[in-house]
Unconditional design. Sequence first.
Length: 153
Amino acid sequence: MESWLKNEYLIPLLLVLLILAAAAWAGSRIKYRRYKRRIDEAELEKQETSRRRYVTAKMKEHILERDNATCQICGISKGYLDSLAPGLGDYLLLEIDHITPVKQGGSGSDESNLQVLCWRCNRKKSGTRTNEEVAEMIDYGIELPHKRRRLFR
Ligand SMILES: [Zn+2]
């Protein structure tokens, strides 16, 4: 009886198996590289987004001064609140808003894309609404001073 080792089909069979294994390995490498590239691209985009979101302390100061520390939608300011009751202004939280959201390409290094908003208007604006849309929604139940410098554009 002939040993299976001497089977004339053995070598071709091993070759076919080797080729299949090599193909499977190459396929997995290609898939891994694609996956890796996707991850790297997502990471780069994240870094780019956080770079564009960043507003320097100096720029924040400049925007606060330019907008007269006044919410550019509802017009509220610390000074106005202080005029109602001394010290009341300390309760107002003013924020620097990206007029065009960072996710839509807006940048924090471009001062024409920055404005002062009160926290309330900023939450409503979020990354989804324009100044005009927020202004139509808000009714804070207090008389506001309307000292907005450059409200809508
Ligand atoms: Zn406001």
